[in-house]
Every structure is written in structure tokens, then in C-alpha cells.
Ligand binder design. Structure first.
Ligand SMILES: Cc1ncc(COP(=O)(O)O)c(C=O)c1O
Length: 464
């Protein structure tokens, strides 16, 4: 149905350039317009409700109607709506938030730098690595190793860390100096009969080989999400990070952890680093830092990294990096309130209760389904991967767009879902979700998948 000429949908097609969208298809299909939210649900412009199974973009951790966050923003706007943090200027919200993050960090950290998005934070880390190594007399140590299917954002340098083809194709990326090693996905990439531990040993050996080939004196850092999010919710095999970090230490390669999704309880601990035994030199977080109510991200650096920055800044006369809105007082105030709410709600215990419930419910409903190859997850994040051939773990031809078809059917059944590479359907609901809401979410997804199975059966019969 063509939307009325002056509707939001019609004006969207006329004027908006959407992130992550096929624009020719969008001209025909138009947008899905979301008007309001309540708890774990959002409502479209027709008033239909949807459970947000991915918390928007893995971020709306406290759901869509938290009054305390609204109040925190309003109070701060009345008191000091903006001030910057360049050239030593400061304000209380930025300092309070930096202190809270250092207190909560998974390992001793020294300083916090603020940006506005995950991408900006990761871009900042790349510049920090280059700057500090120049400052401390290691100008050749600049290359960064990340993983195929890793996601670290889309700004110019962060997109080079990202290991997904859609972020490189036609953009002339990645730039030189960014190297991608193998994806730690046991289901697809382990050799026949290889245990998780042996697979991890092989990946660590591959990393060492790459470092030696490039020359350890040229490799600055290894960059990783604790679990891969946008790449398909890929949980590393047992002992992976322990073995990777032995190699990194041997060649003095820094460990940079991207906790943009994993941070703040998602994996059943405060940080993904704790779940997977990672000791970061640099840690990036965003998204659930402010429950997504306002944009803010943070880069935590340890004392050694800080000393490198300090050294360079005294040579040059300044650390020539930072954003107008670094540490903006309003998002900082919202983030402070978010962290207080997590403490008051004892979010850790809540996630440790509802997370296993979600994992069990997904396993029970989907593990035996003929179209499902793997149900995987940790804490309150999971994926259900659709396959054409369950016995051979073979995915559908991407041209068939099976994942997008399922998400479309999900909308009909009242659930917003996210399809990623290999038709992996991600689940990362708001942290506040209850067990009853998880059951409802799984039921809605299940009904969509059953309907898709019927459609595919009908189509294959028609094709014969
Ligand atoms: C792990 C990770 N890093 C970085 C980013 C980029 O964050 P942003 O979209 O805020 O730039 C994302 C976004 O999903 C992410 O999942």
C-alpha cells in the first residue's frame, strides 16, 4: 500500500539516507516507523507492539521508558547544558563518570577518554596506539591485528578493524596496516573432531605466525570483542583468550578489548573481559553505558598507555585529539544515572537469572528445528543460526535472503529481530527483560520460523 503523501513514511523515502540500508529497495519498501516505547517493547505508527529482541542495536539496556534517565538529562540540561573538556576544562559529570568507570573496570585502569559512539572510540584507540608508539620511540610498531567477522564500527579507521565485507566493499578499505586473522567459531571453522581447546591452540598459533611474518616490531595491538556481536554472536572456544594473550605478551602486543556490546552485564559479568579471562590494556565501551538514551562512549587506558600519551603531549605541546562533545555533561549525567540504576537493581544477579532462562528457552524451542544449525550464547546474548543442510552445517545461499525473510515475518508476529551473516539471528534483549517476556519473545520468533518453514516447503514443491 502506498503511504499517504505527507506521511512520515513517504517523507522518509523522500528525504532520509538511512544507515545500513539497500536504498533502491527502500524506495519501494519504505521504512518501519516506530513511535514510542514501553519496557522491552516498541510500538509502530499503527500502534502495533513489538518485543525488541536486540534492544534496538544491542543498546537499550533499561528498555524504552525509564523516567529516571529522562530526569537525569533534564536536570543536567537545566544546570549546565554544555561545557567542553579541551585544554584542561572540566565539569562534575565527566569526572564522576570517569571515576565510576575506573572503579568498575575489570583490571586496573588509569584514565578515561570520552567520545560519542563506539566507532569514534575505536578510532581514538587506533590514534592512541600510533601516537604513543611514536612518542616512546617505537615508530615502526603500528600494525593492528583484528579478526574476520569482528565488528568495531564504521568510521574510516574503525572500519579497517572491522572484518565484515559489507564495511569494506566499494569503500576502498581496509587501509594498509590492518590485518585480519581467523574467526574463532568452532561450529564452522574447527577441523573434524577438533576440540574447542585444540581449535583455540590452533588460532593462537596462527596469530603467532602472523606476528612473526609481519615482524613483532611492527605490530602494536590485537583488537577483539569478547564475543563477536554483529558478526553473528560468536562465542570464542574455551581457552581462546588465555592462549591468545600468551602470544601477545611474548611480542609486547597490546590487548585492546571492544566491550561496546559486551560491557555492562551482557555476558553474565560486569564485563565480557571477566567472562573470557581477558586483561585489556585498553577497553572501549558505549551503548549500555547510557542505556542508549544519549550518545556516549568511553576509552579506558592503563597507566602504561597513559604515560605514552603524556610523553607525546609534552613533546608536541598538546595531545591533538578530542571531540567538541567529549564528556558532554548531559550524556555523562545519563550514564552516571544508568550505572547507579544497574547497582540498585543488582543487574548482575538479574542477568544471571534471566540469561540461563533465555539460553534454555532458545535451545528448547530451536535446537532440534530442521532449519537451525546452532543455538549459541552466553549470559543474555544468543544467536540461532539458520542452515539449509543441518547435517553438513551448510548455510543457505545469501541470495535467498532467508534471515531477512524471517525478520520480516517476525514483524508480523510482533518481534523485532536482527539477521546477521550466515543467517544468524541475534538475541540481545533489554537487560530488564523478565522470564515471562523471554518466553513471549521466543514464542513470537518460533511462530515466525514455523511460518517461514511452511513457505519454503511450499516454494520448493512449486519449484519441482
Ligand atoms: C563491538 C562494537 N564496536 C563498535 C561498534 C560501533 O559503535 P557505533 O555504531 O556507536 O559507532 C559497535 C556497534 O554495534 C559494536 O557492536
Amino acid at each position: 500500500m502506498t503511504p499517504p503523501r505527507n506521511s512520515t513514511a513517504a517523507r522518509d523515502v523522500a528525504y532520509a539516507l538511512h544507515p545500513y540500508t539497500d536504498h533502491k529497495a527502500h524506495l519501494i519498501n519504505g521504512p518501519m516507523v516506530i513511535n514510542r516505547g514501553k519496557g522491552v517493547k516498541v510500538f509502530d505508527d499503527q500502534g502495533k507492539d513489538y518485543i525488541e529482541s536486540v534492544a534496538g542495536l544491542w543498546c537499550a539496556s533499561l528498555g524504552f521508558d525509564n523516567e529516571r534517565l529522562v530526569q537525569a538529562a533534564t536536570d543536567q540540561m537545566r544546570k549546565l547544558p554544555f561545557y567542553h573538556s579541551f585544554t584542561g576544562k572540566s565539569h562534575e559529570p565527566m569526572v564522576d563518570l570517569a571515576e565510576m568507570l575506573i572503579e568498575r573496570a575489570p583490571v586496573p585502569m588509569s584514565k578515561v577518554f570520552f567520545a560519542n559512539s563506539g566507532s569514534e572510540a575505536n578510532d581514538s584507540v587506533i590514534k592512541i596506539l600510533w601516537y604513543m608508539n611514536n612518542a616512546i620511540g617505537r615508530p615502526a610498531k603500528k600494525k593492528i591485528i583484528s579478526r574476520l567477522k569482528g565488528y568495531h564500527g564504521i568510521t574510516l579507521a574503525a572500519a579497517c578493524l572491522t572484518g565484515l565485507p559489507a564495511n569494506h566493499k566499494l569503500f576502498d578499505l581496509p587501509l594498509p596496516g590492518f590485518i585480519h586473522v581467523g574467526t574463532p567459531h568452532h561450529y564452522h571453522n574447527a577441523l573434524p573432531g577438533e576440540s574447542e581447546e585444540d581449535f583455540a591452540t590452533r588460532l593462537a598459533a596462527e596469530l603467532e605466525e602472523v606476528i612473526l611474518k609481519e615482524g613483532p616490531e611492527t605490530v602494536a595491538a590485537f583488537y577483539a570483542e569478547p564475543f563477536m556481536g554483529a558478526g553473528g554472536v560468536i562465542i570464542p572456544p574455551a581457552t581462546y583468550f588465555e592462549k591468545i594473550q600468551v602470544v601477545l605478551k611474548k611480542y609486547d602486543v597490546l590487548m585492546c578489548v571492544d566491550e561496546v556490546i559486551a560491557g555492562f552485564f551482557r555476558t553474565g559479568n560486569y564485563w565480557g573481559s571477566q567472562t573470557f579471562a581477558i586483561q585489556p590494556d585498553i577497553l572501549v565501551c558505549a551503548k549500555a553505558l547510557s542505556a542508549a538514551y544519549l550518545p556516549i562512549s568511553a576509552v579506558m587506558v592503563n597507566e602504561r598507555v597513559f604515560q605514552g600519551i603524556a610523553e607525546g603531549s609534552s613533546t608536541v605541546g598538546t595531545w591533538g585529539h578530542g571531540f567538541t562533545y567529549s564528556g558532554h555533561p548531559v550524556p555523562a549525567a545519563v550514564a552516571i544515572e544508568t550505572l547507579k540504576i544497574y547497582d540498585e537493581l543488582d543487574m548482575l544477579s538479574h542477568v544471571r537469572k534471566v540469561g540461563p532462562h533465555m539460553q534454555a528457552a532458545l535451545q528448547q524451542r530451536f535446537a532440534e528445528h530442521p532449519m537451525v544449525g546452532e543455538v549459541r550464547g552466553v549470559g543474555l546474548v544468543a544467536a540461532v543460526e539458520l542452515v539449509e543442510d543441518k547435517a553438513k552445517a551448510r548455510n543457505f545461499d545469501p541470495a535467498k535472503k532467508i534471515g531477512p525473510r524471517l525478520t520480516k515475518l517476525g514483524e508480523k508476529h510482533g518481534v523485532i529481530m536482527r539477521a546477521m551473516t550466515n543467517d544468524s539471528i541475534g538475541f540481545s534483549p533489554p537487560l530488564i527483560i523478565s522470564t515471562a517476556e523471554i518466553d513471549e519473545m521466543v514464542d513470537r520468533v518460533g511462530r515466525a520460523l514455523d511460518e517461514l518453514s511452511v513457505e519454503l516447503r511450499r516454494e520448493s514443491i512449486a519449484a519441482v
